[in-house]
Design a protein around this ligand. Structure first.
Ligand code: NAD
Length: 488
C-alpha cells in the first residue's frame, strides 16, 4: 500500500485534564484506509498509564459524585452544542481514520449526539422510587448512586457513536471514566475529550488511555475500576466479560454478529434490494448491524438477479468522494482474512455469483474489496456461521418462513434480524420467534436509538444490562433502599 507520511505525531493520553505522553516505547501507525496516508502514530500504553488514569479518575470521583445532578447535566447540554457545531468536522475525521462514506459518518455523529441528548436527561433518569406505607407508619425509598471509576473499551467501526454510548451517560450518572479507544481509530477520541473539556468537565472526570490489550487488562485488573463497558469482537468480548466478572466487576460486553434478513415472496422487491445492499455494503459491511446473510424465501430468482445488478452498480472508493457507497475495509490484514473466507466459501460449495476480489486486485492505494455475493449457502458452511465483517453477503434459500426462522435460531449470534414483507401475520410470527435482540420490519439497519436499549442476544452480548436507555442508567448506577419507621 502506497504510504505518504503527512503527520507522524505521537498521540498523547488525556489524564487528569492534561495531555501527557504515554509511558511506552511501543507505537502503531494509523493509516487512512482509503489512501494509506499515515494520519498519526498511536502509543500502545502500559499498565502504568492505566494506573495514572484510574488514580486521577478516582480522585475526581470524590467531588464529581457530589456535584448536583442538574449541574452535571448542564455540561452535557454544552457538550451537545459543541458536538453539533463540529458535526461536519467530526464526520470528516471519522472518514479519514475509519474509511466509511461521509454520509455514514455524518449519521454516526448524529447518533452520538443523540446519546448526549439522552444523558442530559440525568435528573429525570436518575430519579429513584418511593412507596409511602409499605407497612403501618413505614415508608420505603430507593435512591440511585454512581459506581465509581468506569472503564470503556471501544472498537474501530464506530469511533464516535460507541464511546458516546458509554461515557456521557456514565458521567451524567456521577461516575468518572477511563476510555480505551480502538488503536485503529484513536484520533476522534482525542477530539471528543477536547470538546468535553471545553464543555466544562473537571479534570479527571474523563480520561483517555490509548493502546491495546495491556490497557484493557490494566483496566480489568485494577481494583479501583468498578465497571467495564466493552464493545468489540466475540472472542475478546467473552474474555473481557469473564475476566472482569471474575474480578467482581459489573460488566457489559457487546460482541459480534451475523444478521439475517428474510425476504418473503410478497416483499416490495425494489425496496428490499435497496435496503439490503445499503445494509450489507455500507461501511464496507463493518457494522455490527450489517446484513450478512439473506434468507430468500421461495424460488425468487428475480430478487437474486436484482440484488446482483445493484451490487454491480455500486460506486467503490474514498468515502470523501460523492456517490461512493462501498469504502475500504479497515486494514490489509483484515482484507487478507476476508479473502481466506471467500476461498473457504468456494471450497465448501457455495456459488460465488459476484466476486469482490476483482476490485481488490484492480483498486490501488487503499484496502478495497468489491461487493461479494455467495448463493446457495447452507447454515453449516463457515461463511454462514462466522462473522466476516466485510462486504461479503451469503444467500441462503428457504422454502418458507419457518425454515428462515430456523436459520436464525441456529446462528450462535443474535444481534439483529429483519423481515421484508407486507404480511402482518408473517411479521407477528417473525417478532415472536426470531431469536435476536433487535428486529427490523422492512428496515435494513434496525439499530435502536439512545433512549432504548441496544440489545444483542446469544453470543452477541455478554452481561445483563445493555447499553443505552434505562438499561444504561441501571448499569451505571447502584441502588440504595431506605426503610423508615415513623411510629415514634
Ligand atoms: P476488537 O475486538 O478487535 O477490538 C475491540 C477492542 O478490544 C479494541 O479497543 C481493542 O484494542 C481491544 N482488543 C482487541 N484484542 C484484544 C485482546 N486480545 N485483549 C484485550 N483487548 C483486545 O474489535 P474491532 O475489530 O475493533 O471491532 C469490530 C467488532 O466489534 C465486530 O465483531 C463487531 O461486530 C463488534 N461490534 C459490536 C457491536 C455491538 O453492538 N454488538 C457494535 C460495534 C462493533
Amino acid at each position: 500500500m502506497a504510504v505518504t507520511k503527512k503527520n507522524t505525531t505521537i498521540l498523547k493520553n488525556y489524564i487528569n485534564g492534561q495531555w501527557i505522553e504515554a509511558n511506552t516505547e511501543a507505537t502503531l501507525e494509523v493509516p487512512n484506509p482509503a489512501t494509506g496516508e499515515i494520519l498519526a502514530t498511536v502509543p500502545i500504553s502500559s499498565k502504568e498509564d492505566v494506573d495514572l488514569a484510574v488514580q486521577a479518575a478516582k480522585e475526581a470521583f470524590a467531588t464529581w459524585k457530589n456535584t448536583p445532578v442538574p449541574k452535571r447535566a448542564r455540561i452535557l447540554f454544552k457538550y451537545h452544542t459543541l458536538l453539533s457545531d463540529s458535526h461536519a468536522e467530526l464526520a470528516k475525521l471519522i472518514v479519514e481514520e475509519n474509511g466509511k462514506a461521509y454520509n455514514e459518518a455524518f449519521g454516526e455523529v448524529q447518533r452520538g449526539i443523540e446519546c448526549v441528548e439522552f444523558a442530559a436527561g440525568a435528573p429525570t433518569l436518575m430519579m429513584g422510587e418511593t412507596l409511602s406505607g409499605i407497612a403501618e407508619d413505614i415508608d420505603s425509598e430507593m435512591f440511585r448512586y454512581p459506581l465509581g471509576v468506569v472503564g470503556g473499551i471501544t472498537p474501530f467501526n464506530f469511533p464516535m457513536m460507541v464511546p458516546l454510548w458509554m461515557f456521557p451517560l456514565a458521567i451524567a450518572c456521577g461516575n468518572t471514566f477511563v476510555l480505551k479507544p480502538s488503536e485503529r481509530t484513536p484520533l476522534l477520541a482525542n477530539k471528543l475529550v477536547e470538546l468535553f473539556t471545553q464543555a466544562g468537565a473537571p479534570p479527571g472526570v474523563l480520561n483517555v488511555v490509548h493502546g491495546a490489550h495491556d490497557v484493557v487488562n490494566g483496566l480489568i485488573e485494577h481494583e479501583d475500576v468498578k465497571a467495564i463497558s466493552f464493545v468489540g469482537s466475540q472472542l475478546v468480548a467473552k474474555y473481557v466479560y469473564e475476566k472482569s466478572a471474575a474480578q467482581g466487576k459489573r460488566v457489559q460486553a457487546l460482541s459480534g454478529a451475523k444478521n439475517h434478513h428474510i425476504v418473503m415472496p410478497d416483499a416490495d422487491m425494489d425496496k428490499a434490494v435497496q435496503h439490503i445492499v445499503s445494509s450489507a455494503y455500507g461501511s464496507a459491511g463493518q457494522r455490527c448491524m450489517a446484513c450478512s446473510a439473506v434468507v430468500v424465501v421461495g424460488n425468487n430468482e428475480d430478487f437474486v438477479q436484482a440484488l446482483k445488478k445493484k451490487a454491480d452498480e455500486l460506486i467503490i472508493g474514498n468515502g470523501l468522494d460523492d456517490e461512493v457507497l462501498l469504502t475500504p475495509v479497515i486494514r490489509d490484514s483484515h482484507r487478507s482474512k476476508v479473502l481466506e473466507y471467500i476461498e473457504k466459501g468456494i471450497e465448501e460449495g457455495a456459488s460465488l455469483i459476484r466476486d469482490g476480489r476483482v476490485e481488490a486486485d484492480q483498486m490501488t492505494g487503499g484496502t478495497f474489496l468489491g461487493p461479494t455475493i455467495f448463493d446457495h449457502v447452507t447454515p453449516e458452511m463457515t461463511i454462514a456461521k462466522d462473522e466476516i465483517f466485510a462486504p461479503v453477503l451469503s444467500l441462503l434459500r428457504a422454502e418458507d418462513l419457518d425454515e428462515g426462522l430456523e436459520y436464525i435460531r441456529k446462528s450462535r449470534y443474535g444481534n439483529g434480524a429483519t423481515i421484508y414483507t407486507k404480511d402482518a401475520k408473517a411479521v407477528r410470527k417473525f417478532r415472536e420467534e426470531a431469536d435476536a435482540g433487535m428486529l427490523g420490519v422492512n428496515v435494513g439497519v434496525p439499530a435502536t436509538m439512545a433512549f432504548f436499549p441496544f440489545s444483542g442476544w446469544k453470543d452477541s452480548f455478554y452481561g445483563d444490562l445493555h447499553v443505552n436507555g434505562k438499561d444504561g442508567v441501571n448499569f451505571f448506577t447502584r441502588k440504595k433502599m431506605i426503610t423508615s419507621r415513623y411510629d415514634f
